[in-house]
Ligand binder design. Structure first.
Ligand SMILES: N[C@@H](CCC(=O)N[C@@H](CS)C(=O)NCC(=O)O)C(=O)O
Length: 318
């Protein structure tokens, strides 16, 4: 794990000393948009864009889900990094389910970043949406990539399904603003904390938030009512990793997702949506966290469990 400093790779774990043991996630730095508007720098074109993902990563998983739901698979190609993220950061390789770098044939993800900007100073994160035409990074912010996938390619695909409908945008934004710090990033704030106080604060706000979500899902099918939206997909990628990884590896063990009847059934419903199970790779998920975070798990031993039947019929909407 490391970062690029003026284009040079530096192997270094997260600095939590300057923040009292708290993990503070950095903002993504490439923030352009694909748009069908006249004169747009990045117009929606088939075959022009390439997505770099890790199957382990919850943020990258969102983008794979939207690529699937919006029928973008034939329009946007994908490279998958190996789940092992060690001293060179994300790398390509022959781990089952991973690929080579299909565009440049480089070994490391940081080399893709320096192809976009040779003197860049940044963490090297996935997902990355790459523009093959200008050889630049459109975006490395999943929240923005899924919005582009939701609407920018509609004319090309003929798929007008809308996961961010205008009538629900305020509600979706409100849920996202609650779920992101407390749950999506909350598991990382608990797991990467290096003081007891920082961990305590994160884990308590995480489970308070999950209790609240359980309450919401006890009265309605989805987070904003009876329609499946972006807000649901954004929480899903954290929920599906929770019992296999976050409970043990990140010490988020006050309760399991299986202990929340409504969240568990809801998570199964989302997992069973057409195409979603194939975007979910539990081997990469478990291997990445347990094998890569050697400050947390120095033995790199990956647990076998848990045994959970995600294909069992759910009771949502019954
Ligand atoms: N805000 C970014 C976060 C992406 C992110 O942090 N990805 C993790 C993998 S789960 C990563 O690549 N971490 C490497 C690092 O921090 O050096 C997004 O949502 O796209």
């Amino acid at each position: 794990m490391g970062l690029l400093v003026e284009g040079a790779w530096k192997d270094q774990w997260y600095d939590t000393k300057s923040s009292n043991g708290k993990f503070v996630r950095q903002d993504s730095m490439f923030r352009n948009t694909i748009s069908g508007e006249e004169g747009a720098v990045y117009p929606p074109e088939s075959g022009r864009y390439h997505l770099y993902v890790s199957l382990a990563c919850p943020w990258a998983h969102r983008t794979l889900i939207f690529r699937k739901l919006k029928n973008l698979e034939t329009h946007i190609s994908v490279s998958v990094v190996s789940p092992d993220m060690l001293s060179n950061g994300w790398e390509f390789g022959d781990y089952p389910g991973a690929t080579a770098d299909d565009l440049f044939g480089v070994n490391y993800m940081h080399q893709v970043y320096t192809k976009a900007k040779s003197d860049v100073t940044t963490r090297v994160t996935v997902p990355v949406l790459w523009d093959k035409q200008s050889n630049s990074i459109v975006s490395n912010e999943s929240a923005e990539i899924i919005r582009m996938f939701n609407s920018a390619f509609n004319e090309l695909t003929g798929n007008h399904d809308d996961y961010y409908p205008e009538s629900l945008q305020a509600q979706i934004d409100e849920i996202n603003d609650f779920v992101y710090p407390n749950i999506n990033n909350g598991v990382y704030r608990a797991g990467f904390a290096t003081t007891q106080d920082a961990y305590n604060e994160a884990v308590v706000s995480l489970f308070d938030a999950l209790d609240k979500i359980e309450g919401i899902l006890s009265t309605q099918r989805y987070l904003t009512g009876d329609r499946l939206t972006e807000a649901d997909w954004r929480i899903f990628t954290t929920l599906i990793r929770f019992d296999p990884v976050y409970v043990g590896h990140f010490k988020c063990n006050i309760r399991r997702i299986q202990d929340y009847p409504n969240i568990f059934e809801y998570m199964k419903e989302l997992y069973q949506v057409d195409g979603i199970a194939e975007t979910t790779n539990f081997d990469h998920i478990k291997r990445h966290y347990y094998f890569s975070h050697t400050t947390i798990n120095p033995t790199q031993v990956v647990p076998q469990g848990p045994l959970v039947d995600l294909d069992k019929p759910h009771n949502r909407g019954a």
